[in-house]
Design a binder for this molecule. Structure first.
Ligand SMILES: [Zn+2]
Length: 432
């Protein structure tokens, strides 16, 4: 590039930066933190993988292969902006971990903390000292004590080395272990697959997993007791997660579609609501599968709650729970504001539109939902043009989806490119 051109280029850059000063600041902070995290994480991973030395040398090798494939996939996942580098969330988790470790000498405190842009209330410990907390956990929990309880449970998983044990028992059982690990390696650039496979490996043995959950509850409760907080919150946190799992998904009424998709340049068309006929479908065959799958993110939660309740005295159980601190309330509010952007950043455009519709159903003037509807439809439009829509919009699957969600998917697949474009153009004019 010639000097003058380069100067010009820099000038343009500066102008753009001034225009978007606010956004730019946030993006830069986020970008720097992400970069910093990755540098530290790579180093820590190397040390961790070399340090797995408790088992036979061939098992150590297999373990470190599985972990390094997982770590590569997690790094890709981080580069894809699936995690929130917002210091407010991260330092809150850090503080809690330090507090728990201070009161429980000998437990781990050096975690790689990540906040996932995931609206499901959950947290994970990935065995290599990576602790992932979904932003949805902040949204659904009622108070700090409940949050402390969940973190104690996760630290207990780490302390009991549940991840390593699960992978190890799988390696030992599986004669064909090489295939699985090499599959993981091969799909390292398709990080989602590798990531899923890692999770499947951990969760495939349901019996083992259930036992691990009960042990993590038990040890986690011991850690929690030493914090001197209301014991009832440890149990109520689990009850809350159970109730969220059991909540019916949002239902969108046809009147909502008729209102939201009836725009000045395009009248609503009845044919959009046409659905494939699944009436001959034998739902009975699938009831068992569905009930097994429900609560899949928190297996055996009823038994876990019953076991924990036994540890409470009558006096513990009748206490009114303390309110959330101002700090926790702020994070809960932030997590609520993240719900729709989380779908956008993690490219779950179909689910994002569904959520916007649910919001617009109760609050027709919600500008934030309208604004994002435009953004989502822009992505749907691009995907439809590139024949990649099935990456972002589920196929209809009557045995897995509610009727309302199937109706939504039918409508989305019924729209043609031109119709999508008109909806996109209309909602893209929304402002927040
Ligand atoms: Zn657990």
């Amino acid at each position: 590039m010639k000097l003058i051109a380069r100067l010009y280029y820099i000038l343009i850059l500066i102008t753009i930066q001034n225009f978007n000063a606010q956004n730019f600041k946030i993006d830069t902070a986020d970008h720097l933190q992400r970069k910093q995290f990755l540098t530290v994480y790579k180093e820590k991973s190397k040390t961790f993988n070399k340090g797995i030395k408790k088992y036979s040398s061939s098992e150590n090798r297999e373990l470190s292969k599985v972990f390094s494939a997982f770590q590569t996939s997690l790094e890709e996942d981080i580069k894809d902006r699936n995690y929130l580098f917002d210091e407010r969330f991260i330092s809150f988790v850090k503080e809690k971990v330090q507090m728990i470790a201070d009161k429980n000498p000998g437990v781990r405190r050096d975690f790689n903390i990540l906040i996932a842009k995931d609206n499901e209330p959950n947290a994970f410990n990935f065995g290599d000292n990576t602790l992932v907390v979904n932003s949805g956990l902040f949204y659904y929990l009622n108070n700090d004590n409940q949050f402390n309880g969940i973190i104690c449970h996760e630290i207990a998983h780490a302390q009991l080395e549940h991840t390593i044990n699960s992978i190890l028992s799988r390696i030992r059982k599986n004669n064909d272990k090489k295939t699985e690990v090499s599959l993981l390696k091969k799909s390292a650039n398709q990080q989602e697959k590798a990531f899923e496979m890692f999770r499947t490996m951990l969760y495939s043995n349901m019996k083992e997993r259930r036992e691990q959950e009960i042990r993590a509850d038990s040890l986690g409760f011991e850690y929690y007791k030493r914090l001197g907080l209301q014991k009832v919150a440890f149990v109520s946190a689990l009850q809350l997660l159970k109730s969220v799992d059991e909540q019916k998904p949002d239902s969108i009424y046809t009147t909502t579609y008729r209102r939201v998709f009836d725009i000045p340049n395009q009248k609503f068309k009845d044919e959009w609501l046409k659905m494939e006929d699944f009436s001959k479908y034998n739902y009975k065959l699938y009831t068992k599968k569905i009930s097994e799958d429900s609560l899949k993110s928190h297996p055996n939660i009823n038994l876990r709650i019953a076991l924990l309740k036994k540890k409470l005295t009558d006096n513990d159980s009748i206490q009114n729970e303390q309110d959330a601190t101002a700090g926790f309330k702020e994070l809960r509010e932030l997590a609520g504001k993240r719900i729709i952007p989380n779908y956008y950043d993690t490219e779950k455009y179909g689910l994002g539109i569904y959520k916007c519709l649910a919001i617009l159903q109760t609050n027709p003037d919600d500008d934030f939902a309208k604004f994002y509807l435009g953004k989502f439809f822009n992505k749907i439009y691009e995907a439809r043009k590139a024949y990649t829509l099935n990456r972002y919009l589920d196929k209809i699957d009557p045995k897995e989806q509610s009727y309302s969600y199937q109706q939504f998917l039918s409508l989305m697949w019924n729209l043609n490119l031109d119709e999508i474009q008109k909806i996109k153009n209309f909602y893209e004019k929304s402002e927040i």
